[in-house]
Design a protein around this ligand. Structure first.
Ligand SMILES: [Zn+2]
Length: 142
């Protein structure tokens, strides 16, 4: 199944069967990495990166099993976001991550609740993250 990859330099989106490698496939971009993003979180991740909140890995969650909706960030924007986190998400500071190379926040979709409730949480929480990203001030000019 195709996965969506985003270049954080040119913000081009690529739907590919496999990881395209470190170099952005767009001719002339020169971006030196692309990362996989779930469709339900794509716009949120673009907004965050354009505002200077550089993201690392992320997941929009799943409805068919226990899963975490999460976004991990480079530690450089931790001080800026620490007092401005989306409500109801569990925050894990970089000091608690191996190598202190990221911080993240997450929301767990439990698998012991009805399917419709999982669908609703998946949708509601991803919309909340999108609105949260829209509401953030610019951290660093792109
Ligand atoms: Zn690019």
């Amino acid at each position: 199944m195709k996965k969506i990859y985003l270049c954080p330099k040119c913000y081009e989106v690529f739907a590919l069967d496999s990881y395209p490698g470190e170099i952005c496939p767009r001719l002339g971009c020169g971006g030196f990495f692309v990362f996989g993003v779930d469709e339900a979180m794509l716009e949120t991740i673009i907004i965050l990166n354009k505002k200077g909140y550089k993201t690392k890995c992320c997941c929009s969650g799943h409805v068919h099993r226990l899963s975490n909706i999460y976004i991990a960030f480079h530690p450089e924007c931790e001080d800026r976001l620490i007092n401005n986190l989306p409500e109801g998400f569990k925050f894990v500071p970089s000091s608690e991550h191996q190598d202190n190379d990221k911080f993240d926040f997450s929301f767990t979709i439990q698998d012991d609740i009805p399917y419709c409730e999982r669908m609703k949480l998946f949708s509601d929480k991803n919309i909340e993250l999108y609105n949260w990203a829209c509401s953030l001030p610019v951290f660093l000019e792109d």
